[in-house]
Design a protein around this ligand. Structure first.
Ligand code: ATP
Length: 292
């Protein structure tokens, strides 16, 4: 038996692709891996958290490439086990946001993305940590965290549910005030630590963020009147939010954040409830190999 040199992790629940197409894609990846002379093992996850265990075992087994077919949640679960190892992550984007794949300019077509990852070279990128929660795209507090918590309560996922949840949340959300490294921010709509420049779905919260500069972009968005929401939304999706008077950003390696409200947070869109009123964010420069 030849040694396995490629692990493919599939989250069967990510995104909205019908089952027949998913199975076709799995067969395509198997055939393409074979064509490119890999000895691949393909595993479909059966529960949350399993991708981390599979990726940890892959590192221990000396497997140098792990391909993930899933959304940013599954990518996060896998990539956290590949940080600071010689095993590289390949991305076949199947989620509703696909922030990391979009930031990296990877194909959104799953077959093209698989071909690219299988033939790709490993490139180092940064990652971040909010307390001890790893993130690869963005982590944050404020509105986006509030929405992540509300979204997690919904019976369905996907972009439509996300938009509806965000719209409803806008009217019930109360901005909090923060101290960033001891400096008062005043009330903020959101406070985002950006490794990648976008949340996903081409919502560019940190238009100039560079994923390999050894820094995070800490972006503050001040509360804005409801009639400005469409302008802010337009700028967010046009990658020009940094021109808004409500937005400010600073590059940093680490920061301590304190709040006057319970710390609702998210890391790569997954909701987190943090203990206490203080948290830290930091960058892990050049900590993940990605197949590009
Ligand atoms: N078999 C499974 N059953 C239940 N949950 C799973 C299973 N496999 C993975 N998960 C969980 O599903 C979560 C969401 O998956 P993922 O982010 O890939 O898809 P998505 O929600 O469609 O995409 P996006 O994050 O872009 O919205 C992951 O955080 C993972 O913990």
């Amino acid at each position: 038996m030849p040694n396995i040199d490629l692990l493919v992790i599939i989250n069967p629940l990510s995104g909205t692709l019908p089952l027949a197409q998913r199975e076709g894609l799995r067969a395509f990846i198997a055939a393409e891996a074979n064509r490119q002379a890999y000895h691949a093992e393909i595993v479909t996850t059966t529960r949350a958290g399993q991708a981390t265990e599979l990726a940890t075992q892959a590192v221990q087994r000396g497997i140098r490439r792990v391909l993930v077919m899933g959304g940013d949640g599954t990518i996060n679960e896998t990539a956290r086990a590949l940080r600071q190892t010689a095993t590289a992550l390949g991305i076949v984007p199947m989620g509703s946001g696909n922030g990391l794949a979009r930031h990296l300019g990877l194909p959104m077509n799953p077959q093209k993305a698989a071909e690219r990852a299988l033939a790709g070279k490993p490139v180092l990128i940064d990652s971040g940590e909010l307390n001890d929660h790893p993130f690869f795209c963005t982590a944050g507090l404020g509105f986006e965290a509030y929405v992540a918590h509300e979204f997690a309560k919904q019976p369905t996922r996907g972009l439509q549910t996300y938009i509806k949840t965000a719209y409803r949340s806008f009217w019930s959300y109360k901005p909090a005030e923060y101290l960033v490294d001891g400096k008062e921010t005043g009330p903020l709509f959101s406070l985002t630590a950006a490794n990648a420049a976008q949340f996903g779905n081409n919502a560019w919260i940190a238009p100039n963020a560079n994923i390999a500069d050894g820094k995070l972009d800490l972006c503050q968005l001040k509360p804005f009147p409801a009639h400005m929401a469409s302008v802010i939304g337009w700028q967010l999706f046009r990658k020009s939010l940094n021109r808004s008077a409500y937005w400010s950003g600073q590059r940093m390696q680490n920061a301590t954040i304190q709040s006057n409200a319970p710390l609702l947070a998210h890391a790569d869109g997954e909701p987190l409830t943090l203990a206490g009123d203080t948290c830290t964010v930091r960058v892990l420069p050049g900590s993940l190999l990605v197949l590009m």
